[in-house]
Every structure is written in C-alpha cells, then in structure tokens.
Design a protein around this ligand. Structure first.
Ligand SMILES: [Ca+2]
Ligand SMILES: [Ca+2]
Length: 227
C-alpha cells in the first residue's frame, strides 16, 4: 500500500510498513493513542527535524532518514493531518542501538545520552565519553533548548553534571569541545564567575550553565549519535 498526502505544498509518498507495533512498543504508547503526522521532505537535518517536532504542539516523536523528517503527533488540535498509523515508517530498532552500553534514546532516537553518576573530574569524564565513541554533552546555541527539553524527559538522578565546554585556553572565551563558541545566555545566576580564578570547565547545574574548577569531580553526561 502507498499513501499520498499533500503537506507543505509537496506531494509525498510513504511506503506502508508493518511498523505500528514497533512504534507503540518502542515509545510505550498506550494502545488507545491516535497518531498524526506531518512530513517535511526538504533538506532537513536531524536537528532541524527535532526542532520542528518541538515547535509542533503535541509532537510525540520524530524520525529522520535520508533528509526526510517524519513528525508523529498525538494532538489533533495542531492541524496536522491524521493518517492511519500503518502508513508511517519508523525504524523500530533505533532504540536498541542507543541502549547499548546503557545509553538512553531521546529525541525519537536521534540522540543517545548516558548519565554517569560516578564522579570524575572533567578530563577523566571526557576520556570516558570518548571511549564510549561519544563526547561530553555539547549544547550549541541552535540546539540548546532542544537538548534541554530532551533532558527533561529522562529521569536524571542529580542536578549537577559536567558537560563538554571550557575556557581553559583563553579566560572568558567559552568553547564547546569542538571549538565552537558558547553563545547561549542560559547561565545560572551570575555565572560564569571564574570563582577564585580557577573555574574553567562547564557544568550543567539545574539545567543552566555554570563554570567550575576542572579538577573537581562531578557526575557527567555523555552523548553519541544513534545513526
Ligand atoms: Ca574561567
Ligand atoms: Ca561558577
């Protein structure tokens, strides 16, 4: 079966797959949940797909593949077209890819995050994430709120986590570990305050940014991509 719909002025054909059970099992949806979806066929990135999801009222999850963005939604007040669930293709094993090594799937399988509750200093935490094939969590400006919202959906044990940024090279010049600048305004209180002149590493504290001494040990968050 093929289903054709017109959304965003584009005609999109979606292959029909036997995916309903996988969706419901993967995302713990009640069997009573009705699904709605929209499709943006343009050149979307996984991140822009996630942003589209979070900007859509009632968006439950999304799936991105080959530059196509699939938004699944349980709120019919959004104006998104209602379709039968079996006409939506979602790769059912994304979650399993993340769950290897204790990573959690968030953002519909786009991002895998692991909370390390053991304490390590920033440098050792960095090494641990790298050994996992990932990195300390990086929250660039264009995805900062997206990732923040995602973190709210997982049950974190604490509220202080070291993440992947520092001003170790030039005081006050905050950089994520890929050397891109930290430009978000979401600092906690009057931070960064460079207390005692030794705070050069980035911490997420109560979901805001704080600068801390790199040699102090805290829990940390690693991320890696699922696909
Ligand atoms: Ca500093
Ligand atoms: Ca501080």
């Amino acid at each position: 079966m093929k289903t054709g719909i017109i959304i965003y002025g584009l005609f999109v054909t979606i292959s029909c797959s036997q995916i309903k059970d996988a969706i419901y099992q993967n995302y713990n949806l009640p069997s009573s949940a009705k699904m709605f979806y929209s499709v943006k066929k343009d050149d979307t990135s996984r991140i822009s797909c996630g942003e589209l999801c979070f900007s859509s009222e009632g968006c439950l999850l999304f799936y991105w593949n080959n530059s196509s963005c699939y938004i699944l939604n349980t709120d019919d007040s959004s104006g998104i077209q209602s379709v039968d669930i079996t006409s939506v293709y979602v790769k059912g094993d994304l979650k399993d890819q993340c769950n290897l090594d204790g990573y959690m799937t968030i953002l519909g399988g786009v991002l895998c995050i692991k909370e390390y509750t053991k304490r390590d200093d920033w440098f050792a935490a960095n090494v641990t994430c790298n050994q996992d094939g990932g990195q300390l969590l990086v929250m660039k400006t264009n995805v900062f709120h997206l990732k923040l919202e995602a973190l709210k959906t997982i049950p974190l044990a604490g509220d202080k986590y070291n993440i992947g940024g520092s001003d170790q090279i030039t005081e006050g010049d905050w950089r994520w570990t890929d050397d891109s600048p930290v430009t978000t305004e979401e600092w906690l209180g009057r931070n960064p305050n460079n207390k005692n002149g030794v705070e050069h590493c980035l911490q997420l504290k109560s979901l805001k940014l704080n600068d801390i001494n790199c040699v102090r040990s805290f829990p940390f968050l690693c991320e890696k991509q699922s696909i």
